[in-house]
Design a protein around this ligand. Structure first.
Ligand code: F6P
Length: 550
């Protein structure tokens, strides 16, 4: 059933009307009128305290937003996802990352197949392989144990693994070295291989399609490096594993499919970190911790599936995101984890959110007359405070911010952690309440500086507070964002699971590669700017030695 276009949904119209009132309200007023607001506008799930009270909403806003979720068919589409229906309409696929973390004794029949059985047989094979490598039983070509793991992949086949590795480094095997190569810039691979002994190195080639140019280019160069170092083609079998849905291409590349771990077309790249794409994660933290990670995801899946919208954290996150995007007009969202281990979380969330909801047509292909996914970005706190937070506080754009903090540090040291966490609370306070002109004057500020020091405030934040970063907690946190993205996409009526927008650039690059490589001067038939750039590149490449002596 095609939902009514967003702008014509009753709840959306009511929200437009309601916004006329809310647009003039300040968070200072909303808090003053409602002393209980801070505690009331918060929900706890899986040990994550979600405080959304510092958004520019009141109870009426929230109930209209919940109405919007209901009218938009969020429950229906959610249930369709969990049932394995082909909700990815433009690719005619099921969307079943939730099946990746269902317990072994559950069952989900899709197109006549029990996908949970398949998921767990891959997980079991992964565990055996991981234990063999971690115990030193797996021997490389020269008989040495593996000490270095290099994951080669890009997009969802890199961002999840590297984010999870960094996030869970505390739980990882410190005597193993992990490196992640994604960029086709040779520097990425060359620097990653620096200092590694080939006969102690295992490459995991991660690619859903096994057709991604960057990954295959890096994989071929890694293979050449290994064979050159060890002087024997046969070494590849002991030093390469693959994670993919495409066994044929893996075999063509020369990787023994015994060392291939599969997944399925119903797992989108950006939703794949808990599939076999997580092989490097499991290698780092071990099968038990990996299972904890999956447990955290699954607990939030259950919460998303069963909690009433009013207390459903991913639904609330999505509703606030829609409010900020479509009513307040915010074009971007900052994600600031106050935990150094989460330093790659913003990059991970960029793909999750922007590849999912950066869409301009509805499910049926109709162009949209409203805004969809905002730009996500971020840095770990407190670094950003000494750089771009100035704009967050006093710039002309309103940027909602997610602040993520923990009560306990994995590396307690003196006062560090209280200092760190005081900044989570202080930033949320400053962004919400700012500093008024009378307050600035009362501090004895010289008159000519008063305007400069005034901080308008009224800038929305969500605060996520948990006890300590664990594998389970990480799984829960990521699942919250996944289902928030799903809910936003459902309200906007877009296909959050395709990514057609990335294709054109790939096709054009493939046409340009031979023109850059050619030693002759092939005729260029692009637009005049591209022609001139290619000609200039070719002449620079010919006339100057790129190699700089060190
Ligand atoms: O180009 C975008 C994309 O298809 C992403 O969606 C995906 O995560 C990434 O490329 C990598 O794809 P693959 O895992 O097939 O190499």
């Amino acid at each position: 059933m095609t939902p009514t276009p967003l702008r014509r949904r009753k709840a959306f119209e009511a929200l437009e009307h309601h916004y006329l009132d809310m647009s003039t309200r300040h968070l200072r007023e909303l808090f003053a009128e409602d002393p209980d607001r801070g505690a009331r506008m918060s929900v706890q799930v899986e040990g994550i305290y979600f405080d959304y009270s510092k958004n520019r909403v009141n109870d009426e806003t929230m109930s209209l937003l919940v109405e919007l979720a209901k009218e938009s068919g969020v429950a229906r589409r959610r249930d369709a996802m969990f049932a394995g229906e082909h909700i990815n309409v433009s690719e005619d696929r099921a969307v079943l990352h939730v099946a990746l973390r269902m317990p072994k004794d559950s069952s989900l029949i899709v197109d006549g197949v029990d996908v949970i059985h398949e998921v767990h047989s891959v997980l079991d094979r992964m565990s055996i392989f991981v234990d063999t490598v971690r115990s030193g039983e797996w021997r490389g070509h020269t008989g040495k144990a593996i000490k270095n793991i290099v994951n080669i992949g890009i997009g969802g086949s890199d961002l999840g693994p590297v984010m999870a590795y960094e996030a869970l480094r505390y739980y990882s095997r410190r005597d193993l070295t992990f490196r992640f190569v994604s960029n086709v810039d040779a520097t990425d691979l060359v620097e990653a291989l620096h200092g590694l002994e080939a006969d102690e190195t295992l490459f995991i080639i991660s690619s859903k399609t096994f057709g991604t140019l960057e990954t295959l280019t890096n994989a071929h160069s890694a293979r050449n490096w290994l064979v050159a170092q060890l002087g024997d083609e046969a070494a590849v079998a002991r030093h390469f594993a693959a994670v993919s849905t495409n066994a044929e291409k893996v075999a063509d590349f020369g990787i023994d499919t015994v060392n291939m771990f599969g997944f399925w077309d119903w797992v989108g790249g950006r939703y794949s970190m808990d599939s076999a794409i997580g092989l490097s994660t499991m290698m780092a933290i071990g099968p038990e911790n990996f299972s904890e990670l999956l447990g955290g995801f699954h607990a939030i899946d259950e919460h998303f599936r069963t909690a009433p919208f009013e207390e459903n954290v991913p639904v609330l996150m999505a509703l606030l995101a829609v409010w900020n995007r479509n009513f307040l007009g915010c074009q971007s969202v900052g994600v600031m984890p106050y935990d150094q281990y989460l330093k790659r979380l913003p990059a991970y969330l960029q793909q999750l959110t922007m590849e999912s909801n950066g869409k301009h047509v509805a499910l049926d292909g109709t162009p949209l007359d409203y805004q969809t996914g905002p730009i996500y970005w971020g840095e770990p706190g407190t670094n950003g405070q000494h750089s771009f937070y100035q704009l967050l506080h006093q710039g002309t754009a309103i940027v909602p911010v997610d602040l993520i903090g923990f009560a306990q540090s994995l590396n307690p040291l003196g006062e560090h952690h209280d200092i760190l966490t005081s900044n989570v609370f202080a930033q949320a306070q400053a962004l919400a309440f700012g500093r008024t002109e009378p307050e600035v004057r009362a501090e004895g500020t010289p008159e000519h500086v008063v305007a400069h020091r005034v901080m308008e405030g009224n800038r929305p934040t969500n605060v996520f507070l948990a006890k300590v970063l664990t594998p389970r907690l990480l799984g829960s946190l990521i699942a919250l964002y996944e289902h928030s993205v799903f809910t936003q996409g459902t309200i906007w009526g877009v296909d959050s699971f395709d990514q057609w927008g990335v294709e054109l650039g790939k096709v054009l690059a493939v046409a340009i590669i031979p023109e850059l490589e050619s030693n002759s001067d092939p005729e260029l038939t692009h637009d005049s700017s591209t022609n001139a750039l290619i000609s200039h590149y070719r002449s620079l490449k010919r006339n100057e030695s790129p190699h700089v002596e060190r």
